[in-house]
Ligand binder design. Sequence first.
Ligand code: T46
Length: 140
Amino acid sequence: MSIVYLKRLGCETKGFLSFFESGNDLGFNIKRVYYIYQVPAGTKRGGHAHRKLSQLLFCPYGQIKIILDNGFQKDEIVLDEPSKGLVVSKGIWHDMIWEKTDSVLCVAASDYYDESDYIRDYDEFIRLVKEDYWHECSKK
Ligand code: T46
């Protein structure tokens, strides 16, 4: 995972514009964009890892905590400004906690929706980490 500071153009009086481009700002091409909204504060979503998908997460409004787990170590990143993004690559277990009412999570993903790309069982995730599944995948 890596934090990405998206380009930010503008000023206090007229407001700001941020953007990112597939080939120039991300290490993957974007095939899908989705967003999650009207989530009550305190709600936890996620609870899965992806087999192949890479995603850029950003929060254009509000504050959302992302908890990341690579099977060995956990990290927490708070998305609390519109120009701050987080790339979550394959093989990272992630949870998202809505810290403020009406926070919006936007996601740019490297592929179309495919439920078979999800690992939703934590024991299964740990089993795959232990058998070096993602390292093996990247060799193929
Ligand atoms: C992720 C985090 C950050 C679709 O039909 N199409 C889609 O493009 C997506 C993203 C989801 N769905 C369906 C699958 C479920 O039936 O929408 C339902 C809710 O999805 P889920 O419970 O996986 O939502 P979150 O908020 O836990 O996770 C989502 C993404 O699914 C996931 O890929 O990394 O946001």
